[in-house]
Design a protein around this ligand. Structure first.
Ligand SMILES: [Zn+2]
Length: 402
């Protein structure tokens, strides 16, 4: 039984596994003898031994097999010896596995097959991720991914560590004055639960050009966060490299969109969509960008907001790296101080953008799009309120494109 789910009796015949709506389910009818038999499913006994225990507890013939089948099909069973040779290797490294135990338990809730959780965890070790930008957000994202078991986390940036780059979990105070990229790479390596595997030169599907499973774009420059330049990520689009945007701009944290080139909307789509809605957008962006070139001001970036954004960015990245599609595909999560209400702004695929995401059918049927985005974001709070707000905006009460 997956120990991650709390177990409780709803009544004399029904067991509830789990506490929260996202992952809880009930199983019944179940008699008390079978219920106490569940305690034996703790990974220490094989099926043969379990059948023996069942006979001893006077459970009917075949009952144990049926029960195990039912639990497995409900996604409630794990395999204590699963994960193949990579699983065995990780189990052999007790210290590394101990550090990752809560992460493994969490993966057991989002996977259904026995042994799948440890397979996902070990698969992270063979992944290469690049983080572009090593400020308060980027350096922490790199550390989090490394700590979560991603085998290779590369960081790109220029310049040297400024005092205001320092964050808990990100760049340390000792690194002030050091090269920013090197310091962030070093910090990320220190966070790894285990020595990363030696890099091998092999080409994986979709990694032909950069060799990265994912590139995270977390600029220190807040104009680049707010108005990401489509030309900066053109090589990623061309090479089909998935990338995820994140950052803080003027006390607003942003996570997304996650771009799967040719499939989900990209920075070009975002730019075209904003220009459609506001003809002044390109003019403003040009002014903001030229302003950035002239000044080297310290930009607003609240420590806790940056940390929050980094955490959510790493979580979206891991969901994708673990083989699922997070809600940042086709949307940008935003949160502003001081109210800190999260909401997702949809990013539509745009027909004028050369990335080809519209050809996937996403941008061609607004009604379908609306539906898919609503479904994707079903856990968002106050969906109804947002819908009303959107309708209001469409009626002509634009609050500028911020
Ligand atoms: Zn595009």
């Amino acid at each position: 039984m997956k120990p991650a789910l709390k177990r409780g009796w709803r009544d004399l015949n029904t067991v509830q596994f789990g506490m929260t709506p996202a992952h809880a389910l009930t199983l019944g009818p179940m008699d008390t003898a079978t219920g106490s038999f569940l305690d034996l499913l703790n990974g220490t006994r094989g099926l043969e031994l379990l059948r023996e225990e069942g006979r001893r507890m006077e459970l009917p013939d075949g009952h144990v097999d049926t029960l195990v089948r039912r639990l497995a099909s409900a996604g409630l069973l794990d395999d204590a010896k699963g994960g193949g040779p990579a699983g065995d290797t990780l189990r052999g490294k007790k210290e590394a596995l101990d550090r990752l135990r809560p992460d493994l338990a969490s993966l057991s809730l989002t996977t259904s097959e026995p042994g799948e959780a440890i397979s996902r965890l070990t698969a992270r070790r063979s992944l290469r991720v690049q983080v572009r930008g090593a400020g308060r957000v980027g350096a922490l994202v790199a550390s989090l991914l490394s700590a979560a078991g991603v085998g290779e986390v590369d960081v790109r940036d220029i310049g040297r560590v400024d005092p205001w780059d320092v964050t808990p979990g990100g760049l340390p105070a000792e690194a002030i004055g050091d090269r920013r990229d090197e310091a962030a790479r070093r910090t990320a390596r220190h966070c790894a639960p285990d020595r990363p595997p030696r890099r091998t030169r092999h080409t994986r599907l979709g990694e032909e050009s950069t060799g990265h499973s994912l590139v995270i774009i977390a600029p220190r420059d807040d104009v680049a966060v707010h108005a990401p330049s489509p030309s900066a990520t053109e090589p990623l689009i061309t090479s089909g490299t998935p990338h995820l945007y994140a950052g803080v701009v003027e006390a607003t944290g942003m996570v997304g969109p996650l771009v799967l080139p040719g499939e989900t909307p990209c920075a070009g789509c975002l730019h075209e969509g904003r220009t459609d809605r506001d003809p002044a957008w390109p003019r403003l962006v040009a002014q903001w960008r030229s302003g950035t070139a002239r000044t080297r001001d310290v930009r607003p970036c609240d420590l806790t907001l940056a940390t929050t954004v980094a955490g959510l960015t790493a979580a979206h990245a891991l969901t994708f790296l673990d083989g699922r599609l997070p809600s940042s595909a086709g949307a940008r999560w935003e949160v502003s101080l001081p109210a800190l209400t999260w909401h997702a702004r949809p990013v539509w695929a745009h027909p004028a953008c050369p990335c080809g995401a519209t050809e996937k059918g996403e941008g061609e049927h607004p009604s379908d799009e609306e539906e898919s985005h609503e479904t994707m974001a079903e856990h968002r709070p106050s969906k109804e309120l947002r819908r009303k707000a959107d309708a209001k905006r469409l009626a002509g009460t634009w609050r500028a494109h911020v």
